[in-house]
Ligand binder design. Structure first.
Ligand SMILES: Cc1cc2nc3c(=O)[nH]c(=O)nc-3n(C[C@H](O)[C@H](O)[C@H](O)COP(=O)(O)OP(=O)(O)OC[C@H]3O[C@@H](n4cnc5c(N)ncnc54)[C@H](O)[C@@H]3O)c2cc1C
Length: 317
């Protein structure tokens, strides 16, 4: 049962003098993931400002409590046993601001908790080109940067100049794009760092053209993806030269089911939770699908979703 900790209790536990935010013990991760799957986080924190985040990180480190940042929870499979330590949401840091503008370019400061679609919508309204393909991707800027979210040939890393992060010791510093190692659905963001913000650069274009492209991409997604069902997006990465969804489909996996988790019949690389799905069902289905694709095509699919929590050897974080 989730329980909100009082400021007094926070001070007792962590010795944090200056802290503004909401802290919950045993908070169900079902309520913080688009899959609606996952056991409780020992502690779930929403900090209201940077100083509180910094103080909290220092205190958690001193106590030896592990930390995991979370954004919109739209790329996560959380264990049924939950997450050990503190899950930290940057959702309150969601500001977007123009830093500099020229005739044909704009530079923006985007905080980690800003929904990716807030940025896409701003670009659409102002006629900024470069992220139309990201239309419809849920989640926040921090999560998008961590996994270099992308679609229709565009990736968030393409527009990044630098990212500001905080480490578990509370040190804040900036990392240039060249040192972020953006690749297909990945960055080399150091483990344990929390992204605070990014500086991005976009080209100016005709707002009507940008809006049309955003609209077209969105329509295509609505047509091809089970948007109205609980999912975490694509389960597997596309192997070189192939589409994971097509391989899964051709291996005869559409509609396969474990408990309440099902391979979508609309898009085979989306597994949907029909209501009471469990992480164990999801993992079991992933293994079965991987096995079938491996047998049919000799291709070993790799997860795109982040599997987190108390999974033992299956966890990748
Ligand atoms: C319907 C649907 C469609 C989707 N379509 C796409 C698509 O087209 N393309 C695509 O790339 N993805 C897609 N996704 C997956 C997902 O939306 C993206 O990967 C998204 O960018 C994840 O952001 P998030 O904030 O939800 O991250 P989360 O799921 O919260 O976290 C993902 C990872 O990022 C880390 N993280 C989060 N915030 C921070 C931070 N501030 N600092 C450091 N690390 C952080 C987490 O620890 C975790 O490891 C889709 C998902 C759904 C449900």
């Amino acid at each position: 049962m989730a329980q909100q900790l009082s400021d007094k209790r926070m001070k007792e536990i962590f010795g944090v003098d200056v802290f503004m935010g909401d802290v919950f013990a045993n908070e169900s991760m079902k309520d913080h993931t688009t899959l609606r799957i996952g056991g409780p986080a020992d502690i779930y924190v929403m900090t209201k400002n940077m100083l509180s985040l910094k103080n909290l990180l220092i205190a958690l480190k001193d106590e030896g409590i592990p930390v995991m940042p979370v954004g919109g929870g739209s790329n996560l499979l959380v264990s049924d046993e939950g997450i050990q330590g503190a899950v930290i949401s940057t959702g309150i840091l969601n500001h977007i601001e123009t830093i500099e503008e020229s005739v044909d370019e704009v530079r923006l400061f985007v905080e980690a908790g800003a929904p990716l679609q807030k940025l896409v919508n701003l670009a659409k309204a102002q006629g900024y080109r470069g992220i139309e393909g990201l239309a419809g991707i849920p989640g926040f800027m921090g999560g998008a940067l961590w996994g270099n979210a992308g679609s229709f040939g565009q990736e968030i890393g393409d527009i990044v100049e630098s990212v500001t992060v905080i480490d578990i010791r509370g040190n804040v510093f900036s990392i240039d794009r060249d040192n972020l190692g953006f690749g297909y659905r990945r960055s080399t963001m150091p483990e344990g760092m929390i992204v605070l913000s990014a500086n991005v650069r976009l080209k100016k274009d005709d707002p009507r053209e940008v809006a049309k492209r955003v609209g077209d991409f969105l329509q295509e997604k609505l047509r091809k993806q089970p948007i109205s069902q609980f999912s975490a997006g694509c389960v597997f990465k596309n192997p070189p030269g192939a589409h994971a969804g097509r391989l899964i489909d051709e291996a005869g996996c559409k509609g396969m089911r474990r408990g309440d988790v099902e391979v979508s019949s609309l898009h085979a690389n989306f597994f949907v939770n029909r209501g009471s799905g469990m992480a164990s069902d999801f993992l079991g289905l992933m293994e079965e699908v991987r096995g079938r694709v491996s047998k049919a095509f000799g291709v070993e699919l790799e997860p795109e979703i982040k599997i987190v929590g108390r999974f033992g050897s299956a966890a990748n974080r």
